[in-house]
Design a protein. Structure first.
Length: 285
């Protein structure tokens, strides 16, 4: 397998395999591995990079950080695993004077929708994969399969990728908080930004590269509430704030929060807040 020197990336030889196989020669049409590589001693820090594909990245050793769409940087180090999502912006790598040992695999295809739905891939967060034995060996196997440029081996590599993602998902199931906090924080922020609007939940799901069922599952697993109830609760929390801190009428607050029927709004408020809007306001006076 060829090793090349690229001192912009690392002071050590790096391996980058990109066979550019003709898609018509592959048996598996729904998933395709593009580039795969091993960057030992990586020193390069990249900023605001947008990818057109998914990528799985594994940090064997070293330390650094990754941030998605300008969010708070998350620490990455020995045993860290994370995913790049297509269309998102990333700043990532080791700090000045530091380094890390990195494996990565890029992949595309319609099957990624199924993987998202099943929870095999997710963006927005870094989690520890130290308990998953053989990850480095798995990446080495994929590199070897892709190196020859043989279509059958590229199909085998795609199957190996799916098998490893399945193993990762089992580990994540035991530690769900390691998988989802970054994505959930972004979703919650978007939902809170829509309190004074009628949120387009399908558009929100598409923005985060997930199906509606995945969005529902993530919100329910983190909050304990179904998606639409969670949205109502956010709006009722804001309604309570307006009732206690302004002189706006209930009908005005209802309209501001995109409830056209004030009576329906009042029923929802009592359901989630435990008392009527009028009683809520009178209790503070």
């Amino acid at each position: 397998m060829p090793k090349v020197m690229d001192y912009m990336i690392s002071p050590y030889p790096v391996r980058i395999i990109d066979p550019k196989l003709d898609a018509s020669m592959l048996r598996l049409k729904s998933i395709r591995i593009g580039q795969a590589g091993h960057l030992p001693g990586r020193t390069l820090f990249r900023r605001q990079v947008v990818f057109s594909h998914w990528a799985m990245v594994y940090i064997v050793s070293g330390s650094g950080s990754i941030s998605e769409n300008g969010g708070t940087p998350q620490k990455a180090g020995d045993g860290s695993l994370f995913f790049f999502r297509p269309g998102c912006s990333y700043s990532y790598g080791p700090p000045p004077g530091g380094s890390w040992d990195e494996y990565y695999i890029n992949f595309t295809g319609s099957r990624t929708d199924e993987w998202l739905e099943a929870g095999l891939i997710a963006g927005g967060s870094v989690f520890q994969a130290g308990g998953l034995h053989g990850l480095a060996d798995f990446f080495e196997e994929v590199l070897e399969l892709m190196d020859g440029g043989v279509p059958a081996d590229a199909d085998r590599a795609a199957l190996r990728l799916e098998a490893m993602l399945l193993e990762c998902s089992f580990a994540v199931r035991d530690h769900p908080r390691l998988w989802q906090p970054g994505a959930l924080q972004l979703i919650r922020g978007d939902l809170e930004a829509c309190i004074y609007e009628q949120p387009d939940l399908a558009e929100l799901a598409a923005k985060h590269h997930m199906s509606m069922s995945t969005l529902r599952r993530l919100v329910r697993s983190s909050s304990g509430y179904p998606l639409h109830e969670y949205v109502h609760r956010l709006k009722m929390g804001e309604a309570k704030h307006l009732l206690l801190n302004t002189s706006l009428q209930v009908k005005e607050i209802s309209g501001m929060l995109h409830y056209t029927d004030p009576f329906y709004f009042s029923r929802l408020f009592k359901k989630y807040m435990g008392l009527s809007p009028q009683l809520c306001r009178s209790n503070i006076r």
